[in-house]
Design a protein around this ligand. Structure first.
Ligand code: SAM
Length: 331
């Protein structure tokens, strides 16, 4: 048992021979000891107090051991909480785990939750005159092309992270019944201004696309459209994204996605590094194969670099983005 007191513990050399997971300063799969007794320190994990460990000092280790005195937790090596840290046992569901993982990121790195992301995006949209390519009220060239080639046909559409609504407006003008959702009240206010007087069936919703129960949106949708939201999600939120598709995408419906293309834009760090760094470094790059893997429950219709569109074009297009169209099976 992990927390039980060992009767005899080998030397560090013996342990490292037997237990390859034992590394100085890192939690081991079992107690590490030898010349010194193991101590369970703040934050958990057995450490050999002769080792340096990150985030603490030897003095703290000594105080921890002294505080424990002769109590049973001294012998069994239970962790004690930091000052101000409350014990909780709140994890019950996958969503609880995902929320806990959201919290591993620095607050100022958050671009995807109502808690941090909506303020960040509000500030981003505050100056509408900034030369941000997607501030122009033009649809994606890829969206126009899917429509012109008949790859997608009017039905119900959900625009995820719609921003100021340029693609939602185009979808509505082309006969879709559109729900468009964004975290940022400023983006939604801007989108609603643009939609005033426009023809078509279009509703904007301010909220978290992954908490659709809160926004009152229900599927099924024939098209889920996402231009530039997916690459701002941390890796674990792909689980929420795929769950959203499972729940809301109609059989035979399409996912159309534009996102940062590896080699051209976005961070190419491995997934785990974002948790180590507590930030997403401006957004995640995806390779074509990584998109195929992530959306492997869907069928690929088209996956190509977006066409670069000149400033005078009626369409938005940047070559550093993928334009991907996937279809859900018809059953
Ligand atoms: C790069 S912007 C793209 C905006 C818009 N799709 C466009 O292309 O003009 C990404 C948008 O995703 C939104 N977003 C990020 N996380 C979200 C979430 N969990 N729910 C809803 N919107 C989200 C942001 O508020 C932001 O407006």
């Amino acid at each position: 048992m992990r927390g039980a007191a060992p009767t005899r513990i080998g030397t560090r050399a013996e342990i490292s021979e037997k237990d390859t997971s034992a590394r100085p300063g890192m939690p081991s799969s079992r107690p590490l000891a030898g010349a010194v007794e193991p101590a369970r320190v703040r934050g958990g994990g057995w450490v050999d107090s002769s080792c340096e460990r990150s985030g603490g000092t030897r003095a703290e280790d000594r105080r921890t051991r002294a505080d424990l005195g002769n109590r049973p937790d001294r012998r069994y090596g239970f962790a004690i909480a930091d000052e101000g840290e409350q014990m909780d046992r709140n994890i019950r569901t996958v969503e609880d785990v995902l929320k806990l993982m959201d919290g591993l990121f620095a607050p100022d790195a958050d671009r995807w939750t109502p808690a941090g992301g909506s303020d960040w995006w509000d500030r981003f949209y505050a100056d509408r005159s900034k030369p941000v390519p997607f501030f122009a009220a033009k649809p994606d060239e890829s969206l126009a092309s899917y429509l012109d080639r008949g790859l997608i046909a009017p039905g119900r559409a959900l625009d995820l992270g719609c921003g100021p609504g340029r693609n939602a407006l185009h979808l509505a003008a082309r006969g879709f019944q559109v729900d468009a959702v964004d975290l940022s009240p400023s983006a939604i206010a801007w989108a609603e201004e643009r939609a005033r007087g426009a023809a078509g069936d279009l509703r904007f919703h301010c909220g978290d696309a992954f908490d659709l129960a809160a926004t009152g949106l229900t599927g099924p949708y024939d098209l889920v459209y996402d231009s530039g939201c997916f690459h701002h999600l941390p890796p674990h939120r792909r689980v929420s994204y795929l769950d959203l598709l499972d729940r809301l995408l109609a059989p035979g419906g399409h996912l159309a996605l534009t996102c940062f293309a590896a080699g051209a834009m976005g961070s190419e760090l491995p997934d785990a590094a974002f948790y180590r760094d507590s930030r997403l470094h401006g957004g995640l790059a995806y390779s074509a194969d990584s998109l195929r893997w992530i959306f492997s429950d869907l069928t690929e219709c088209e996956l190509r670099p977006m066409r670069d569109e000149p400033a005078e074009s009626p369409y938005f297009g940047e070559g550093f983005l993928w334009a991907a169209l996937f279809r859900r099976g018809a059953n």
